[in-house]
Unconditional design. Sequence first.
Lengths: 142, 297
Amino acid sequence: MHGSPLLRTLTVIALLLLAGIPLWRMTHEAAAESVIPPATGAAPERRSQVHLEVGFAQKPLRFAISYLGKTIWESDMVTDLTEQKDITMPYPKEGVDLEYQVTWPPGTQQTAARLSVAPNDAEPVEKTLWGAGQVDDVLSFP
Amino acid sequence: MKTLRLLKPLAALAALLAAAPCASAGTITVASLSTILTEMAHTIGGDHVIVVPLVKAGMDPHEYEPQPDDLRKASDSQLILATGKHLENYLPKLSESTGGKAAVLQVGDAFPSLKITGEDAPKTGGLDPHWWHSIPNMKVAVKTVRDEFIKLDPANKADFTQNAAAELSKLDALNQWARKEISKLPRDKRKLVTSHDAFQYFARDYGFTIYPIEGVTTEDEPSSRKIADLIDTIKAQKVKAVFFENIENPKVIQEITQETGAKVGGELYADGLGTGEEGTYDGMFRHNVTTIVNSLQ
């Protein structure tokens, strides 16, 4: 009536194994996914916390900083002669090139704009652009 | 009688003016051993200079040997413009055969060289001759050619100075454009595999690493061992594209791309100007930068 105890034990083990299959698949697929490199075939992007600071000899109308052709920080309401910002961005060991654009009010004489970059709490590296009215150039940081 | 007395000084003044050298009369004949310098001589010299190009677009300056007709043209010139840095190893023979009548200006001697090592070093005196891929070098070259023209034809100093100043401004604008274009490419992707080792000055200025198939000259075929090593490097460095040149046979590059999976990035102008849009320095440089950035992004 109740069948063989051995048969019942084997049935329970088989059911447990069947139930375990989806669980095993889920856990192992998730583990494999975390080491798959990006679809582009490139090395995984090294993202870093980067501290940026801008400084001006005279207050500009606006400034913008771009990385790889995309604006990462801009302001057209500059209130102080220095401003700072922390951002998370890719920062390869070879360094980064940042495009720095600054526009001053018309008639502004020769003046200067500074950009300081410090990735991962490293010592900041400073670069300065000089110009009248507007400057727009690419600065390299290690 | 009174009228005659008045006319005499005027006539004397007219005679004096006629005898004085006219600012536009001087014409310098220049033979050029580089397509880059041919264009530069035209730009700076304007109407005051006749330029005779001995090395023309599409010719490999590493392989060029002057022909009898070239020697005659060089003899008839006042100035021979050469790349220098041992690119033209035939220069002593050329000077000898022209009887030293034409002054030789090796423009590349005006600025420091990148040093090379390896098989090609003895052929080039250990110097990399491809200086024109650096815009700062080009600016020094413009000033060097301008000063030489002024020395040969001082009457047209103002024109040479003005033309050179315009060219220097154009080079500054070109450099700023190039820096912005290249800034779109992450620094860890700035890896160039090229037919021969002609882009080290470019690499220095814009933060690239070069993996050349051949050495600094184009004279020797790469060994199978060298190609195998390069294939390993391309795989290890995950280089996305391999570039060929306007002069070289792209067969070896096809073999490398098949082995590594890297794509063919396109054609670069390594040893001089091309034709059409790439027939000017500005066009050639823009073509190279655009091709590199688009292929490696």
